[in-house]
Design a protein around this ligand. Structure first.
Ligand SMILES: [Cu+2]
Length: 316
């Protein structure tokens, strides 16, 4: 009757096949947290993500940020849960002087780790490539010869950056140039972005459009606007002393409102348009200086004159 008493507790690190299944436990804690985090991101967070959904490109960026967050959140949840689980379950007890089991040679952990990492990274690569392509450049400039061009008619709007102002030319309306950015809804818009001095960047926030403006370069970006409203335009490339002041507000109108505005502006600016260099995708800045002299000679440029014909009898 001298049977040995069975051990009352198993050593912490000796939990083998008969011990608790830590992997399953962590998974069961992680799963609801991951699902909840993704649901919160999609249902609660996404509608408020910048830059909103005023245009197809903006909505696409909102979708992309939400999807990337939904991939990242479960990974982050796993790291935090694993950390908390380790602190609670695997902490050294007062009488425990052992080292833990070696991680080397644990084929299951290594294989899982490499597989999951590879799947996530490759999926992100495919997702990013498809999203850039399918959304016509995702609102950023695709250079002079865009890879992906939306079908159908497009309103051409040339964005000309200079220190420290954006001006806009509308080649389909006689090529007039104005400081007002007015755009129609429900129509593809092709921005041809260039500069006549240093590098700038045309950033129409609510449209999700941001395209570099470089001298001598035509940088093409596309968007389609979903609804009318104000558009904030900022220069997004440090371009000199008054870079911070290089912003204004554009307007998205109904197609009928836009058409009325464009035709009226074409007529109003006709005499100025005649003096402009012919519409081109890029401009030689030395021509601009020549143009300035011509305008001064004509009495519609120079100090105080501005580009607009003046009715002031004091002006020559
Ligand atoms: Cu600028």
């Amino acid at each position: 009757m001298a049977a040995e008493a069975p051990p009352t507790s198993t050593p912490q690190h000796a939990a083998g096949p008969s011990g608790p299944n830590h992997g399953l436990r962590i998974f069961l804690i992680w799963l609801p947290v991951a699902i909840a985090a993704d649901l919160i991101i999609w249902l609660v967070w996404k509608p408020h993500l910048p830059p909103g959904d005023m245009s197809v490109t903006a909505a696409n960026q909102q979708f992309d940020i939400a999807v990337l967050s939904m991939i990242a959140a479960p990974v982050m949840a796993f790291v935090l849960i694993y950390f908390a689980y380790s602190v609670v379950v695997w902490r050294a007890r007062p009488d425990d002087e052992e080292d833990g089991p070696a991680l080397h040679g644990n084929t299951r952990i290594q294989a899982t780790w490499i597989t999951v990492s590879s799947v996530i990274v490759l999926a992100l690569f495919v997702f990013g490539t498809v999203e850039l392509y399918s959304s016509n450049g995702a609102g950023s400039g695709q250079g002079a010869s865009p890879i992906q061009v939306p079908g159908g008619p497009k309103l051409q709007v040339q964005v000309i950056a200079q220190q420290w102002k954006f001006t806009y030319r509308y080649p389909q309306y006689g090529g007039f140039e104005t400081t007002d950015l007015v755009l129609p809804t429900n129509e593809w818009i092709q921005f041809n972005v260039t500069s006549i001095d240093v590098i700038h960047s045309f950033w129409a926030y609510q449209l999700g459009v941001k395209a570099d403006a470089n001298p001598g370069v035509n940088n093409v970006a596309f968007t389609k606007i979903n609804r009318t409203g104000l558009i904030t335009v900022r220069c997004a490339e440090l371009c000199g002393l008054w870079h911070g002041a290089m912003f204004d507000y554009g307007q998205a109108m109904t197609p009928a409102g836009f058409s009325t505005w464009a035709r009226a502006t074409e007529v109003r600016l006709a005499s100025v348009t005649k003096q402009l260099p012919p519409y081109a995708l890029t401009y030689d800045p030395t021509d601009i200086a020549t143009l300035g002299k011509v305008l001064v000679q004509l009495g519609i440029g120079g100090a105080g004159g501005g580009f607009y014909p003046s009715n002031d009898p004091e002006q020559p």
